[in-house]
Design a protein around this ligand. Sequence first.
Ligand SMILES: Cc1cc2nc3c(=O)[nH]c(=O)nc-3n(C[C@H](O)[C@H](O)[C@H](O)COP(=O)(O)OP(=O)(O)OC[C@H]3O[C@@H](n4cnc5c(N)ncnc54)[C@H](O)[C@@H]3O)c2cc1C
Length: 380
Amino acid sequence: MPQRLTKRGEERTPISGDFDVIVCGASFAGLAVARQLAGTEARVLVLDRYEIGERQTSACGIPTEWLRALGLEDSGRQEFGELVVHTPHGTSRYELPWTFSTFDYPQLCELLWAQADAEFETATVNGRSGETVHTERGDLSAPLIVDALGWRRILASDGGYQPPDAPLSRGLEVHPESSGDDLEIWIDRRYVPAGYGWCFPAAEEQRIGVGSFDPRFHVKETTVLLAEDLERPPVRYQGNWIPHKLRAGTEDRIFFVGDSAGQCLPLTAEGIRTALYFGIMAGNELRDVLDGRQDRGRALRNYAEFVDAHESKFRWMLRAQRLLPRLPARVQRALIRAAGRKRFVDWAFGHYLRIAPPSYAWEHAPLPDRREPAPLRAAA
Ligand SMILES: Cc1cc2nc3c(=O)[nH]c(=O)nc-3n(C[C@H](O)[C@H](O)[C@H](O)COP(=O)(O)OP(=O)(O)OC[C@H]3O[C@@H](n4cnc5c(N)ncnc54)[C@H](O)[C@@H]3O)c2cc1C
């Protein structure tokens, strides 16, 4: 049983107050925003229904350079220079132009939080009126509010998404205590008609799961099937909805960051580095407001335009997500094999990384950082 850290019942005493910034959500997006505000001397409050790092909702895989760029290397658990793709008709190994790492979620959150100097409270956010955020512990106000609460987009005026009638994928995984050497994915209709299965080793555990682009396809049985095929026990479940359509970065006076703005990449369902990337951008805009260099309206416009400028890349990924599952399995296999040529892999994965490049984090470090970026790709 996971240990419950979060304050419950009577310990959740009433809270109230006025702040300069309220960041709702203390996962990748929210912590990235809070980190960018370090040193501003503003009163920044971060809220989450759980303690920071308490609830993992991801296989926690990320391009390794993103960990380095944010000073989070210590949370890394295993690094991979290859991606292994299984189909019913054969297996391909892609030698990646950059490495990918799995990390420990509580440790990464702790390291990010250590870079912020904000206040934190556990509270469930229920909604908002104007500049007031309503939580189960009371109302809190700020002129600058960030919704980093995940796919529900709770602070939106339209009531957010309701699955399954929304552009959401669903993902479920198990975490057996076992080890492995390869970063593997399965494109196989035995596991999911549209989507993929994965096994991400992370030192002492493996993260084995199935993601379906179709929110109506239930992935529990096939997650168990994949774990059984790998002769691993299906234990320690975790799952969530995953947005696969980019949404407006702002609405009314709210900044939406990470899954709340649909910033998870379609096709691959990679949403951590994009949450960090857009979180850094939103944080910088807020920082300029706090420092008196711009007003809130300008910050909202800048952030919204930055998000919109990525729309065509997200649209292309969504097209690929819709097209690939429709191809016959043998055509999929032929494409996957042909795509394994080194030059193509370098080109495709290079473009893919540049959608949210780690150089962005290096260039926008909130406090002076004397470390130098290493050249990309270090795998043997
Ligand atoms: C099974 C699975 C595996 C995945 N694996 C990967 C992967 O390996 N790599 C990758 O890049 N992406 C992966 N993703 C996608 C990735 O997890 C998300 O895109 C990412 O977590 C988005 O970050 P976020 O900070 O926007 O939102 P979240 O991580 O969802 O964080 C939202 C935060 O808000 C809090 N919250 C929610 N509602 C409330 C409320 N009402 N009140 C207060 N707090 C609230 C939550 O407790 C949470 O801390 C995976 C997704 C799933 C479901």
